[in-house]
Ligand binder design. Structure first.
Ligand code: NAP
Ligand code: GCO
Length: 263
């Protein structure tokens, strides 16, 4: 039996207070890892710690803006001193702005790229030296359907997530020689606060058109749940995936395989 055991490993999940990051954090901790997460505010951190506690997990929470290189370096150093160097990094923190491209100020485009792409570079750069020294490490970047497909109104998000796919392959290429694996997880459409506006009921009580579109576009016939990411995340964090590198594992209920329903 190959090993999915993460005992003795220190994991850092960015944006791990709720949503997909919380489910991944829970899964890594349940597989044995010591769990650290960060988020953008004190309130979110306290709620996250309480939610992990309710799941029987002692999580270590940090308020840290992932776009701030000095703050990320300080957090990674603090974790190393208090718990040991980060063995597993999950770059999950992300934002989206759904705006037609012609209406989007360049500053807003840059903000999305900063959080969804540049921050993954900053965080990976902060943990890589210790991974190189240990000759072991796992980096998991949370990509998207938009790492592969375009859509209306998400130009900045798609540009960032497409870039994140290539950053993943480049980290694998550059540091694979040190037994470091960098892979991506590409969630399909998952029911979290980030996608809540796409499921809002219409004033007449009918489903949001995007909600109907996604259900029809997914062979599984449903939105994903954040917990659907748990098993794939443990796989990519564990020795079971030691020869998997630079790969994006799409967890999408089959969307990318499907041309859509017959009219
Ligand atoms: P979410 O519930 O909105 O969670 C996002 C997390 O990122 C929050 O914890 C948030 O912190 C944190 N964050 C945002 N900006 C940050 C910053 N500058 N510094 C530190 N933390 C920051 O979103 P989600 O749906 O779980 O998404 C998680 C990841 O999956 C994102 O990268 C998203 O793009 C990706 N994704 C989501 C879906 C989906 O369908 N939901 C599909 C594909 C990919 P606070 O807790 O302080 O708010
Ligand atoms: C949207 C975006 C994303 C998707 C996800 C698909 O909500 O508008 O397309 O948030 O849910 O990234 O993988």
């Amino acid at each position: 039996m190959v090993s999915f055991d993460l005992t003795g490993k220190v994991a850092l999940v960015t944006g791990g207070a709720h949503g997909i990051g919380f489910s991944i954090g829970t899964a890594l901790a349940q597989a044995g890892a010591t769990l650290c997460f960060n988020c953008s505010s004190e309130g979110s951190m306290e709620k996250g710690i309480a939610a992990y506690k309710a799941a029987g997990i002692t999580a270590h929470g940090y308020v840290c803006d992932v776009t701030d290189e000095a703050a990320v370096d300080a957090m990674v150093l603090k974790i190393a001193v208090e718990l040991g160097p980060v063995d597993i990094l999950v770059n999950n923190a992300g934002i989206i702005k759904r705006v037609p491209m012609c209406d989007m100020p360049a500053g807003d485009f840059r903000k999305v790229v900063d959080v969804d792409l540049t921050a993954a570079f900053i965080t990976a750069k902060a943990v890589l030296p210790a991974m190189i020294e240990k000759r072991a490490g796992k980096i998991i970047n949370i990509c998207s359907m938009t790492s592969e497909l375009g859509r209306e109104n998400v130009s900045s998000y798609a540009a960032a997530k497409g870039g994140l796919k290539m950053l993943t392959r480049n980290i694998a290429s550059e540091y694979g020689q040190y037994n470091i694996q960098c892979n991506g997880l590409g969630p399909g459409y998952i029911a979290t606060p980030q996608t809540a506006p796409l499921r809002e009921r219409q004033p007449d009580g009918s489903r949001h058109p995007f909600d109907s579109f996604i259900t029809a576009r997914t062979p599984a016939g449903r939105w994903g749940e954040a917990d659907d990411l748990a098993g794939p995340a443990v796989f990519l964090a564990s020795p079971a995936s030691d020869f998997v590198n630079g790969h994006i594992l799409y967890v999408d209920g089959g969307i990318l395989a499907y041309i859509g329903k017959q009219p």
